[in-house]
Design a binder for this molecule. Structure first.
Ligand SMILES: [Zn+2]
Ligand SMILES: [Zn+2]
Length: 610
C-alpha cells in the first residue's frame, strides 16, 4: 500500500484553511430541470431482515471463507420483520449502502432517524479508534432537518454519511481523505458542506463511495469531492503526488468542484460504488468513471477512467442506474424493462464462476422491474407480474445473515427468488446494507393482515408458530380469548371464529386450513417480541362483552374504545396506536434541541455545597 498524505488532525487548523474557492466558477443561467414525478404512496412503514446485531455484523470473517462456519444469531432475521418501536413512524425514504452497517430513514416531518453501527455521529468523545456508535432500532437517533427544514435525502458510506435539504448539504463521520468535501478529520455532529450549487440551485441527490462523494443539483450539474485516486473525481486526474521516500500519495478535493467533462449534458441521476461512479443524463445515456478493475465501468481496455465516458451501445434508453461495491446496473426501457449488470457480482444461473463481467449482461430477472437494490452481496428487484401481483425477488451468493429475507433454508440464493412474506405487499423502495436490508412498504390491509396473523398464531398455543430465525420462537401471546376483541391482532382470529360457526362443507374447511397455513407462513412478526398486560390502561379491567378492546399496534397495550379520552366511537380503520405511542411518534418526529441540564450544574454549584 502506498502511504497517503493525511489531512491535518486538527479541526481548528483545517478550518482556517477551508477558505473555499467554490465561487471561482462563472455563473450561468442554466434553468432547473423539472422535479422528478413520484406517483408512489407518499409514505410507508419499514420491514427489516438480515443481521441486526450491529456490533457483531461488523466483525464478519472475510467473504473469501464464504461465510462458512458462521452461525445464525438471535438477531439475524431470515425473513422480514417489522421493527416494533419504529412502527409508528411515517417514513418517506430509507437510505443504506453496500458498505453500511447502519441505516437512515426520513419521516414525513422531514426528521431523520439513524440506527445501526453509526460512525462517530452523536458520540460524546469519539476518537479514530473509538468511532462506532451502536444504536438499536428500538431507539434510533432523531435528527431534525436544518433550520426548521425537512431532510430530503442522503447517502451512506461505510464510515461517513450525508444528508441534504434544499441547497444545504451536511456530512458526518470519518472524513480522512475528505470524502465529505470537508477538511476536518472526523465529525461527530453534522457539518455543513459548502458548494457552488448554493448559488440559486437546490440539491436533487447525493451519492458516496469509500473515498469520495458526488452531489447532483437541480440544473443537472454534478460536483465531486474526496480523494482523487482512480479518477473518481472525474476531473481528468488521479491526483498522484510523489511523497518523501518515493512513495505515492493522492490529492484531496474539498470543497466539492463541478465535473466539467459533462459539458452541456444534464444529469438526472448519480450512483457510487467503492471506487467508481455512474451517472444518467436526460437523454437516457449512461456514463461511468473511476476504477474499472472489475469491469464495473463497462468500458473496454481501461483499468480506470479519469473522466465520465458515455456508454452508447445501448439499443434502448436507460431509465435507472444502480451501483454495487464494484458493479453497475442499468434498467432499459425497450418493449419491456430489462435489467443489466457489469462488474464483480455473481450472475444468475451462470454457475459459480467468479470472473467479473466487463460489459453489460442481461441479469435475467423477471421483466417489468419497478425498482432494484444492491447491497454488499444481496440483490433485489421488485416486479409487477402478469397477474398484477407485486413480488420482490432476492438473490446473492454467499449471503449469511438472512439479508435476502428468503428464510433459513435459503440464506444464499443464486437466482432471483420471491420473498414470500412480501408477496402482494407494495414495496416502495429497498435499502440493502452490508448484511441487512430495509424495505419501505405501503401500509395497507395486506400488510396489516400479515402482521395480524403473526400475532394471532403466536397466541394459539397448540400450533407451531412461524419461525423467523434458527433456535428462536417469536414471542407468544398470553393465550387470552379473542371474544369481543376487534381490531389489532385479534382481527384474523375474530373472522376465523365467525366462520367456524356457519358450518360449511368439509372441503371448504380444508381450503381454509390450507389458506391459514399459508397465512401463517407469510406472517410478518413484530420485533422484538414483548409481553403486554391484559388490562385496559384506563379502567384496569380486562375484556368485556359490552366494550370493544383495542390493542396498540406498537406496544400491544390495550384500551376499551370508550375509555380513551376523548372516547373513540368508531372502530379505527387500519392500524391503531395508543395515546402513549401517538405521543412518542410526535416526539420522535419533532425532536427538541436538548436543554442545558440546569439541575446538574446547580448540584455542583456553590449553593449546593453550602
Ligand atoms: Zn377500560
Ligand atoms: Zn402503544
Amino acid at each position: 500500500m502506498p502511504s497517503q498524505r493525511q489531512p491535518t488532525n486538527s479541526r481548528s487548523a483545517s478550518r482556517s484553511r477551508a477558505n473555499s474557492s467554490f465561487f471561482d466558477e462563472p455563473e450561468d443561467d442554466r434553468p432547473d430541470l423539472p422535479e422528478p414525478q413520484d406517483s408512489r404512496h407518499e409514505w410507508g412503514r419499514i420491514l427489516i431482515c438480515g443481521g441486526m446485531d450491529w456490533e457483531r455484523n461488523a466483525t464478519l470473517p472475510s467473504t473469501k471463507e464464504g461465510g462458512k462456519g458462521i452461525q445464525l444469531q438471535i438477531e439475524d432475521h431470515v425473513v422480514p420483520v417489522k421493527p416494533r418501536y419504529m412502527s409508528h413512524l411515517k417514513i418517506t425514504k430509507v437510505i443504506s449502502g453496500p458498505r453500511a452497517n447502519y441505516t437512515i430513514v426520513i419521516d414525513l416531518a422531514g426528521t431523520a432517524h439513524v440506527f445501526g453501527r453509526v460512525p462517530y455521529f452523536g458520540m460524546v468523545n469519539p476518537t479514530p479508534r473509538n468511532k462506532w456508535h451502536v444504536v438499536s432500532c428500538d431507539e434510533p437517533l432523531h435528527v431534525p432537518g436544518p433550520d426548521g427544514g425537512k431532510w430530503e435525502g442522503g447517502a451512506v458510506g461505510e464510515a461517513h454519511f450525508l444528508l441534504f435539504s434544499g441547497n444545504k448539504v451536511y456530512g458526518a463521520g470519518d472524513n480522512r481523505g475528505s470524502p465529505l468535501g470537508l477538511t476536518g478529520e472526523y465529525y461527530a455532529d453534522l457539518e455543513r458542506i459548502r458548494g457552488p450549487w448554493e448559488r440559486g440551485r437546490t440539491i436533487r441527490q447525493v451519492a458516496t463511495g469509500q473515498t469520495f462523494s458526488l452531489f447532483l443539483d437541480s440544473a443537472g450539474y454534478v460536483y465531486a469531492a474526496g480523494k482523487s485516486e482512480f479518477g473518481v473525481l472525474g476531473n481528468g486526474s488521479t491526483g498522484e503526488v510523489l511523497l518523501k521516500g518515493g512513495k505515492i500519495g493522492f490529492t484531496y478535493q474539498a470543497p466539492p468542484k463541478r465535473i466539467k467533462e459533462f459539458g452541456n449534458k444534464r444529469i438526472v441521476s448519480i450512483a457510487c460504488g467503492n471506487y467508481h461512479a455512474i451517472a444518467l443524463d436526460t437523454e437516457g445515456i449512461f456514463y461511468s468513471w473511476g476504477s474499472n478493475q472489475y469491469g464495473q465501468l463497462a468500458q473496454e481496455h481501461v483499468t480506470e477512467s479519469l473522466v465520465p465516458v458515455p456508454f452508447d451501445s445501448c439499443r434502448h434508453p436507460v431509465t435507472a442506474i444502480y451501483a454495487g461495491p464494484a458493479s453497475s446496473y442499468i434498467r432499459t426501457e425497450g418493449n419491456d424493462t430489462q435489467m443489466w449488470g457489469t462488474g464483480k457480482f455473481k450472475l444468475v444461473g451462470r454457475g459459480s464462476s467468479s470472473a467479473p463481467y466487463r460489459d453489460f449482461e442481461d441479469l435475467e430477472v423477471p421483466r417489468n422491474a419497478q425498482d432494484f437494490g444492491v447491497g454488499f452481496i444481496s440483490h433485489f428487484v421488485t416486479v409487477i407480474g402478469d397477474d398484477d401481483v407485486q413480488r420482490t425477488y432476492a438473490w446473492g451468493q454467499g449471503a449469511t445473515h438472512g439479508e435476502l429475507g428468503l428464510g433459513a433454508d435459503f440464506l444464499s440464493a443464486s437466482e432471483p427468488t420471491p420473498i414470500e412474506q412480501l408477496e402482494n405487499i407494495e414495496v416502495l423502495s429497498i435499502a440493502p446494507g452490508l448484511v441487512h436490508t430495509v424495505f419501505l412498504v405501503k401500509p395497507d390491509e395486506t400488510l396489516e393482515e400479515r402482521i395480524g396473523n403473526a400475532a394471532a398464531s403466536s397466541s394459539e398455543e397448540e400450533e407451531e408458530p412461524v419461525k423467523t430465525g434458527p433456535g428462536r420462537q417469536p414471542g407468544r401471546g398470553k393465550g387470552r380469548g379473542n371474544r369481543g376483541r376487534i381490531g389489532g391482532r385479534s382481527r384474523a382470529s375474530y373472522v376465523g371464529a365467525f366462520r367456524e360457526k356457519d358450518k360449511e362443507k368439509q372441503a371448504k374447511a380444508k381450503d381454509r386450513e390450507r389458506k391459514k397455513n399459508k397465512e401463517k407462513k407469510l406472517a410478518i412478526e413484530r420485533w422484538p417480541p414483548i409481553e403486554s398486560g391484559d388490562l385496559c390502561l384506563n379502567c384496569d379491567e380486562g375484556e368485556r362483552d359490552d366494550l370493544t378492546f383495542l390493542e396498540c399496534e406498537r406496544c400491544e397495550e390495550g384500551y376499551h374504545m370508550d375509555c380513551l379520552r376523548p372516547p373513540l366511537w368508531e372502530l379505527p380503520d387500519g392500524e391503531w396506536f395508543c395515546p402513549r405511542c401517538e405521543q412518542s411518534a410526535y416526539e420522535w418526529s419533532h425532536p427538541q434541541p436538548e436543554e442545558p441540564d440546569e439541575l446538574d450544574s446547580d448540584s455542583t454549584g456553590p449553593d449546593e455545597a453550602a
